[in-house]
Design a protein around this ligand. Sequence first.
Ligand code: RP5
Length: 164
Amino acid sequence: MKKVGIIMGSDSDLPVVEKAINTLKDFGVPFEVHVFSAHRTPVEAKEFSANARENGFGVIIAAAGMAAHLAGAVAANTTLPVIGIPIKSQNLGGMEALLSTVQMPSGIPVATVAIDGAVNSALLAIEILSLSEPELEKKLAEKRANDTSAVLSKNKAIEDKYNN
Ligand code: RP5
């Protein structure tokens, strides 16, 4: 199975990124995690991205906060799908990272999830890999069914409390 590459701009992003890591673990999807910054370590970020396809990666998740150009910079150096996670910041709440990540000019796409949307970034990566991995498609369907059951149970508890 192809690997998911997870890059974060700083180790301070790890508490959010860990949710993506845990989701990939739940699905048994292989991954690698790195701290590469578009501005602090641009050479390493470029090297990783440019060689990712031949190194066995199928999709890259890039998480960054503030003036978040990491996902765009990664996408500039690979034709693999790149998913951006805008990280919440103290001053502007992640809006700056959201706009920096989502507003890519035409030609270099970055699939952007919500601010701190790490779980969805992993699920989207798994959905992409599932195109050539039937086992993942099965696991995704099972997760949806489990999520549905959980919500229906909560609905029943609320209905029983207030509607009788
Ligand atoms: C970005 O700047 C990182 O992705 C991080 O979200 C933010 C702050 O980095 P640190 O100052 O915590 O290293 O490049």
